[in-house]
Design a protein around this ligand. Sequence first.
Ligand code: ATP
Length: 473
Amino acid sequence: MQSRPQSRELVYLQAQAVADECALECALQAAGWHPVRLDGGVEEGPAHEPGVGLLDLRGVEDSHASTLLLRPELATAVSDPHREWVAVLQAAQLACVPLRRLVHAWCHDYVTFPCEPGTLSLVLGHALGMARLASDDGGVADGWPRLEGVVGESEAMRQLARRVVKAAGSDAPVFLAGETGTGKELVAAALHRHSRRRALPFVGINCGAIPHSLMESELFGYERGAFTGAVQRKFGRVEQAHGGTLFLDEVADLPMESQASLLRFLEEGCISRLGGHSPIRVDARIVSATHVDLRRAVEDGRFRADLYHRLRVIELKLPALRERGSDIVLIAQHALHRHAAEVGGRVRGFKACALRAMQGYAWPGNARELINRVREAMVMAEGSHLSARDLQLEDTTSDQQAVTIDLARRAGERTAIERALARNGQHVGQAADELGISRVTLYRLMLRHGLHEARADAQWRRLSLVKGAGEEA
Ligand SMILES: Nc1ncnc2c1ncn2[C@@H]1O[C@H](COP(=O)(O)OP(=O)(O)OP(=O)(O)O)[C@@H](O)[C@H]1O
């Protein structure tokens, strides 16, 4: 006896109620597919399993077609990067240009209804196959998710990517900490793209770049006539981010008055425009960042403690570039490709001395400094391959210098320490355990390799005074 094929699941999203719903459901079941309705449409966070969705557009009138994607449940669903969509239409609807554009832009394929179960099965199976292919390419292929636009494969960045994707599954406020130029804004945008809000706005504001006197109106907007010159209503950044994400960059620079208003918004979910009389409900996910020590700002009385705790429900720390090993070269190459056209493709790569010098430099301005140096060098350099000198970096070892066993051992030792520290979030005790040496020995080795500059904890200061700390352990 022939066994009945197991039915496969698909997500079913209906744009408009139709009279003969059962007919489509029967056709799907006959084709071996089990539809799961997206009632209300919004999924809880991104499902990383590749899948297929059926977008039922039957009954959508021509006049509504161009505004369909303003409906958040539709926009969120069709922009899920892990799902391919198949549209269902009535043959006559193919004459509607906005509907055709929507299907062309967002769907893998379409069927006109009524249709043969065999055709339906073929089209859906093909869409599922394409979703799986795409997922193998760019998704979580070798156990860690790639963040779009964020270059880096070091262990520190893999850990960060995993945490970003987890954080994206919730609506809790996220605080991004990290030195200047480490990519906080880039990561904030990636967080938004991985969240269920991805089809709605990502609105950024640099709190350090706006005069204090304008901050309230910039954040919360104003009504016409609220003050001289307010000739028409203006929506503030918070309101513009409704449904999406609001990114508050350099949040430590927020004036006290706006800190109080922001806190009120976080607690009540409502804002008031300047000159407005009724509160307006706004649903915006808050991501904030600063390169300064926000805890210190709280201690100094420059930042409200209650707001500080509200903002950092989830804290993500971006590693400094010098802790990211071979990411330095990856980002340099990324910059080279990105700006190649500006110099007519004249510059094609890096000399060995440049690669060495980049790895040996501390990059206080992080990825921003690296990208800018590469870009400047590309304009100024004479040859096709950039040297350490083109990058205005010191080449500590020349190409011709013999590499002694001792030099190689030291280089290996330094790399092992850097990686252990990065893997263990700069925790010296844990890094020492992993390396199989004592904390004291690790501190001595760090001193010898010049890896101690950023550390200011008391134990380090004590140990650095120990006689002979820089000698062989
Ligand atoms: N991992 C990365 N891959 C590619 N480009 C990066 C990466 N990190 C940073 N950049 C680039 O470096 C520049 C600075 O990044 P970004 O503005 O996100 O840093 P930031 O941490 O927000 O800095 P600041 O604290 O000064 O505001 C941008 O041009 C960004 O595209």
